[in-house]
Write a protein that binds this ligand. Structure first.
Ligand SMILES: NC(=O)c1ccc[n+]([C@@H]2O[C@H](COP(=O)([O-])OP(=O)(O)OC[C@H]3O[C@@H](n4cnc5c(N)ncnc54)[C@H](O)[C@@H]3O)[C@@H](O)[C@H]2O)c1
Length: 277
């Protein structure tokens, strides 16, 4: 039996983190599109990793429980990487909330039940959660602590209170950060840690959909005018994941690391500042 990593989301960011952290263990990759999981499993198996692809839907609790049971056949679950998600140009409001917000919350809860001492997890949030206006302390607490099956009934998540898919995505990503804080307390009781990473624009198929979507010019302007002057790469997200998931990150838990080439800083206090927030 080996240690096991569960990777949800067979995309570029997930693969980069699995490459960095997943050597010597079994990696069970779940994706709603089995062909994505199979493609990444093939690439990684041909590079010496031990990867098992699986079909799974992050928006479905039974599907999450299934992949956890599948993973436990290979050994103890010591790592979780959640890099599954849909972006504002890929899905309607309801799907964004069901996958990115509810699904992530359920995954953190379910893996939190089985993670072993010394275990670590990261979930990929987004700079979008940082750009949205502050919520009230009560709303933040609701996102952090509401039981998972009640989450989508919260007033601030009702369709009449959500402007568009970007707003839904921002709420989902803010919720990810708050959920990680609350879950880190439970994971800590088991000797495990959980953090999130909020990337800016990282060139992946998901970002390319955004470049070609209705907000394409907005995104291209964002990376042109951010302090870094370019989009990021999945490997750079893996750099942060490595810090968070390795012994060097032993004192970091319940935290979110924003890594966006300074785009958020520029949005608030630089050339990316909109006319009105
Ligand atoms: N690329 C960026 O610029 C960027 C920036 C900030 C945050 N993110 C976040 O990073 C994560 C990974 O994105 P990426 O850029 O690597 O995208 P990607 O498109 O390369 O990969 C995402 C994967 O998630 C899978 N997926 C979608 N819905 C699913 C579901 N319900 N269940 C299981 N799998 C599902 C897709 O099939 C896809 O394989 C997402 O949460 C995204 O919001 C990306």
């Amino acid at each position: 039996m080996k240690n096991v990593m569960i990777l949800t989301g067979a995309g570029q960011i997930g693969m980069a983190i699995a490459h960095r952290m997943g050597y010597g263990m079994t990696i069970v990759i779940g994706d709603k599109k089995p062909e994505n999981a199979q493609a990444i499993a093939k690439t990684m198996n041909e590079a010496g990793f031990d990867v098992v692809p699986a079909e799974m839907d992050l928006s479905n609790r039974a599907s999450i429980q299934n992949i956890i049971s599948e993973a436990q056949k290979y050994g103890d679950i010591t790592m979780l990487v959640n890099a599954a998600g849909v972006s504002p140009s890929q899905a309607p409001i309801e799907a964004i909330l069901k996958v990115d917000l509810y699904g992530t919350a359920v995954l953190l809860e379910e893996v939190g039940k089985v993670i072993v001492p010394g275990g670590v997890g990261v979930t990929i949030s987004s700079q979008s959660g940082h750009r949205m206006k502050q919520l009230t302390p009560e709303e933040d607490e609701q996102l952090a602590c509401t039981p998972t099956e009640e989450l989508l009934k919260l007033p601030l998540l009702q369709p009449e209170n959500i402007r568009d898919t970007l707003h839904a995505y921002q709420l989902a990503k803010r919720c990810n950060e708050k959920r990680v804080m609350a879950e880190s307390v439970k994971w800590g009781a088991k000797g495990a840690r959980i953090n999130s990473i909020s990337p800016g624009i990282i060139v992946t198929p998901l970002a390319i959909d955004e470049f070609n979507g209705p907000r394409g010019d907005f995104y291209k302007n964002m990376f042109a005018k951010c302090p870094a002057g370019r989009p990021g790469t999945a490997d750079e997200v893996a750099n942060v994941a490595e810090l968070l998931m390795s012994e060097k990150g032993a004192f970091i838990t319940g935290e979110d690391i924003l890594m966006d080439g300074g785009a958020t800083a520029s949005y608030f206090y630089g050339p990316l500042k909109p006319e009105t927030h």
